[in-house]
Design a protein around this ligand. Sequence first.
Ligand SMILES: Nc1ncnc2c1ncn2[C@@H]1O[C@H](COP(=O)(O)OP(=O)(O)OP(=O)(O)O)[C@@H](O)[C@H]1O
Ligand SMILES: [Mg+2]
Length: 265
Amino acid sequence: MIRAEDLTKRYADGTLALQGVTVVIRPGEMVGLLGPSGAGKTTFLRLLYGALQPTAGRLEVLGNPMGQLSPAALRRLRRRVAVISQSHHVIPNLSVLHNVLIGRLGHLSTGRSLLALARTPPEEVQRAYRALARVGLAEELFTRAEALSGGQQQRVAVARALVQGASLILADEPVASVDVRTAETVLEVLRELHQQGKTVVLSLHQVDFALAYCTRLLGLNGGRLVYDGPPKEIEGLEIYRTEEEVRDDHGRAPAFERTVFEPRV
Ligand SMILES: Nc1ncnc2c1ncn2[C@@H]1O[C@H](COP(=O)(O)OP(=O)(O)OP(=O)(O)O)[C@@H](O)[C@H]1O
Ligand SMILES: [Mg+2]
């Protein structure tokens, strides 16, 4: 599904955001990316859907060599990948319904998509409605997407992922800007997609959610992969600490760490 070998990304300003990441993600996994701010989580996800090109190393997504794809091949790949990003969740001046339906039209140009939306078959509208109801947005069907809060817009993106029929779902902090109950709904929807055999890769800041929902965790720190394994073994690991903190601290974990790694009760 995803094969990264020595994957490295350096931004134009010289920032080394990802360094030598080697990982294989198999179909049907639900993988959580953990790590402090700036660790490289968003960079990794953006490389996976071809929004960024690798600087060095190799990356294969659904059998496609990333960084060497023609625009047409990249468009074909993106039909099979649903993206829930940290920003740009929705097309602001379209209704919530149309934002969800557009997930089915990834293969068309924007102009053609708009035409297709105008004559959407009723069963497609039903599907979109069910997906929106699933994420608690049934009431907002005809609201213009720009009138929703950030967290609601992100849930529209989750509903879009539900109807898109993608085989790979990439979600960048899908629960960062929602309350705990909504976060659980969103994660349950992602788990449902995973249980249908889809591969889900999501970044998270809350370790307790990662422990409860993911089948495997990847820990990033300073652009390096510092943990790859089952959720239960990550507890107590210090992926959130800078090298300096580890050196300074002589074995006493700072309060922040204790909160972050508190197991779910
Ligand atoms: N477009 C860019 N140009 C230059 N540097 C960038 C760019 N985007 C990100 N970075 C840098 O690359 C590193 C990794 O950033 P990234 O956004 O991948 O981290 P992250 O783990 O997603 O963090 P957060 O938890 O805050 O979202 C950081 O040092 C960041 O400042
Ligand atoms: Mg990020």
